[in-house]
Design a protein around this ligand. Structure first.
Ligand code: CDP
Length: 205
């Protein structure tokens, strides 16, 4: 059976880790769609027009080592609010979702816009404080001067921008199952996600 799994949620909720683990568990390919927006944001920060940056995105752009920084996250969320940028990235994401072996895609609008017919939809979330703490721990090695309070403020601004934009705002699909990871370890969150997928698949058979 070809499985398509959509995993959405706000920044640093655990989507990436959960998506990679779910993909590995079920033998599916994985696409972190945030990386597409981060790469477009990075090119725009260097002076390129947003639409051109999205239309000519290459594998090399996605392999850049600077895409995980706080600045790249901010740039991503700014270009992600542009409808023409989102439209230019739709075909690539849908083609990935349709691959023969099945796929896990994670992002903000996978269950609502990119793959509305996904077999399983998870909405992974956590409190803003917990997410800011996790993101601060992640970024601290590369950005030692970063303050946790600033990470929290940045994350709140990004949540606001991502949920208020008119095109493909961040929100759970009606048929998504919400997984709140605020009080879960990585292992617990992954185990719960795998179980939710297993149940959803069993319900379909
Ligand atoms: O890892 P984190 O959740 O912080 O960010 P990300 O998933 O890499 O996404 C970075 C930004 O890209 C988000 O704040 C969104 O504005 C945008 N994005 C989006 O609009 N739609 C997606 N499917 C994925 C990301």
């Amino acid at each position: 059976m070809k499985l398509t799994i959509a995993i959405d949620g706000p920044a640093a909720a655990g989507k990436g880790t959960i998506s990679r683990a779910v993909a590995a568990h079920f033998g599916l390919a994985h696409l972190d769609t945030g990386l597409l927006y981060r790469a477009v944001g990075a090119r725009v920060a260097e002076g390129m027009e947003p639409l051109e940056a999205a239309q000519t995105l290459s594998e090399a752009d996605l392999a850049r080592s600077d895409l995980r920084s706080a600045a790249a996250g901010r740039a991503a969320s700014e270009v992600a609010a542009l409808p023409e940028v989102r439209a230019a990235l739709v075909d690539f994401q849908r083609a990935f979702a349709a691959r023969a072996g099945g796929a896990v895609l994670d992002g903000r609008d996978i269950g609502t816009v990119i793959c509305p017919d996904a077999d399983v939809k998870l909405f992974v979330t956590a409190s803003a404080e917990v997410r800011a703490h996790r993101r601060w721990l992640e970024l601290r090695a590369a950005e030692p001067d970063l303050r946790e309070a600033d990470v929290l403020a940045e994350l709140r601004a990004r949540d606001e921008r991502d949920s208020q934009r008119s095109t493909a705002p961040l929100r759970p699909a009606e048929d998504a199952v919400t997984l709140d990871t605020s009080k879960l370890s990585i292992e617990e969150a992954v185990a719960q996600a795998v179980e939710l997928v297993r149940r959803a698949v069993a319900g379909r058979e």
